[in-house]
Write a protein that binds this ligand. Structure first.
Ligand code: LMR
Length: 394
């Protein structure tokens, strides 16, 4: 039976990890997978996480199962972080999931149960795992225009035109902030216009928010999500704690499902728990517990927010430095969009051939669609990257 298997295509983000490791050059630069790195190239455990882990070790008395949906205190803390007071709590069902990816997978399975003929609308481009999961779950998909390669910004006119074709029962997947892979984001007036289109078409929004706190700050990054959640009758939200709490390997995420009528919340909650049971039973608890401890302890929360802000400002200053160095070297403003982008990623807007040249000739690794992880840079390597970009003729 196992001989019936055929090889799966390589994941174009994760395959870079192996390629980078195998490269013997000590001048190599890793701008591949979306993991935050400090100036020395380390991905540190955040200070508040370390303290919470110590406290947990001292206080935890059992490793027995939690609930199928995870710990309700985790739901409350995350709902507060992502949604604030924008939606009445009794309209929200929630389950802890193995990371943001787990939340997306559970959401797609839920959509399949509710609306098997749904078309899932994905931005072009989007995180490659979005279409991959949609296809694997057996749902249909369509793309909406999103990135304007000419300006490095959002092609909002194209996006609006495409989304007008969505139908009731369809789901429009939006990136809450820090669009992956482009770094180009919707303005608040554009979010408002998306809401009008959703209301006119009757399609349901789903928001993937994996980088809250990495763009313009914790509150500003959640503004679009909160607007959608408060103005639409229904909404699905997949949130990840991997990046903003730096707990990548702990697999910590949450799926929220907002119903129009609170009477529907208990059934929705039961279905979310059922899906957890079918797929993995109980969700991982360690990361979720640390996140809950941090968010509910004023001192830990303040320290976490301060460190997250350091991380955000560091990425912002690297962006600005890169845009400036490229402006000087190219004697043009054509890379100015890099300073406008927000979050961990920017799409440089060049061909896979140029990306291969950067890798082969300069040991600089980025995804073939020219997505760069800005957090993979430091003050020194920004200059190396800028020179290499000009050197290969981008
Ligand atoms: C990324 O986009 O690089 C991250 O979200 C990591 C991943 O799983 O792809």
């Amino acid at each position: 039976m196992l001989t019936n298997l055929t090889a799966q295509p390589a994941d174009k983000i994760l395959e870079l990890v192996g390629m980078y490791r195998a490269d013997p050059r000590d001048t190599k630069i890793d701008l591949g997978v979306g993991v935050y790195k400090d100036a020395s190239g380390n991905t540190p455990v955040m200070r508040a996480v370390k303290i919470a882990e110590k406290q947990l070790w001292e206080r935890e008395t059992t490793k027995s199962y939690t609930g199928l949906a995870g710990d309700p205190a985790f739901h409350d803390a995350m709902i507060d972080l992502v949604l604030g007071t924008s939606v009445a709590r009794d309209r929200i069902a929630a389950v802890a999931t193995p990371g943001g990816t787990g939340a997306i997978r559970q959401a797609m399975e839920l959509i399949k149960m509710m609306s098997p003929d749904a078309i899932i609308w994905l931005s072009n481009p989007t995180w490659p795992n979005h279409p991959s999961i949609v296809k694997y779950v057996g749902l249909s998909m369509r793309e909406y225009r999103y990135f304007d390669a000419e300006t490095g910004g959002v092609d909002f006119a194209g996006m609006a035109e495409d989304l007008a074709d969505a139908k009731p029962g369809d789901v429009v997947l939006l990136h809450g902030c820090c669009h992956n892979p482009t770094g180009a984001n919707l303005t608040l007036p554009e979010w408002a216009e998306v809401i009008s289109i959703l209301q006119e078409t009757g399609a349901t929004p789903m928001i993937d928010i994996a980088y809250q706190g990495f763009g313009d700050g914790l509150e500003d990054d959640a503004a679009g999500v909160r607007m959608v959640a408060s103005e639409m009758p229904e909404c699905l939200i997949a949130a990840s704690c991997s990046k903003n709490f730096g707990v990548y390997r702990e697999r910590t995420g949450i799926l929220m499902a907002i119903s129009e009528d609170p009477k529907n919340t208990a059934v929705t909650q039961g279905n979310l728990a059922f899906l957890n049971r079918q797929n993995f039973s109980f969700p991982p608890d360690h990361g979720a517990r640390l996140v809950t401890m941090i968010l509910t302890d004023p001192e830990l929360r303040a320290d976490w927010q301060a460190e997250l802000e350091e991380v955000r400002l560091n990425m912002l200053s690297l962006r600005k430095q890169l845009a400036l160095e490229l402006q000087t070297l190219a004697n043009s403003d054509r890379f100015g969009f890099l300073a406008q982008h927000r979050g961990m990623f920017s799409r440089l807007g060049t061909s896979p051939e140029m990306v291969a040249k950067l890798r082969d000739q300069h040991g600089i690794y980025m995804v073939s669609d020219s997505r760069m992880n800005i957090a993979g840079l430091n003050e020194e390597s920004v200059s190396i990257l800028a020179k290499a970009i000009i050197d290969v003729g981008i």
